[in-house]
Design a protein around this ligand. Sequence first.
Ligand code: PEP
Length: 251
Amino acid sequence: MSDRTPVIAANWKMNKTVPEAIEFCDELLPRIEDAACEVIICPPFLALPAVVEATGGGPVQVAAQNMHFEQSGAFTGEVSPAMLLDAGATAVVLGHSERRQLFGESDEALSRKVPAALEAGLVPILCVGETEDERERDETDRILRRQIDAGLSRVPLERLADVVVAYEPVWAIGTGRTATPEQAEDACGFVRSLISARDEASGAAVRIQYGGSVKPGNAAELLGREEIDGALVGGASLDAGDFAAIVAAAG
Ligand code: PEP
């Protein structure tokens, strides 16, 4: 067992209105009172303040699902680090594969977003992962190296361990196909080795989550792996009971 505290995050994507978000929190909180890990809820922007209020004072953190790297300006439709802080968020998911694939999120933008989040005092959850074609072509390591190199390129060495990385193979997201614990552990270990190569202490300390069809039935096996420090959960995080079961599996 490593001494890294696991972090379990609920990525709601474009789901839940404000009343639905509040109802979820009311159902979840009594079920995770004994959680031995960090718990983060990532609601849509509009529900951020409501989830902050509904979880207020407790151990649950609230994260946004995206962010612009500038503080303000002519960027129609975007949300800045300062706005997220103002809404009560303490973290932000960056580079989710749906943003990369559907909305053209680039490595260059991520190289600015990750340090901008850190400078603002937000924990960046940097998502990386290969497509099915890339895995079949044996390119997983090359893709992970490119995404990690870009996402962390402007992060000072002393802040590396403040980033959370989510290894999310694209072929496992929302498909019901989970990476085997061996595949997930190998990839998380490879990501750690890339960070260790920059700074050994940071590599040992950085938290690396697995994401991709994590469910109550497979969470314990994945989370029991030495290199896997938590989970980024999509579909199964929409149900408070299922998400609480995954939190319980983390320790
Ligand atoms: C995700 O949205 O990051 C994710 C891993 O989704 P799912 O758990 O539904 O595969």
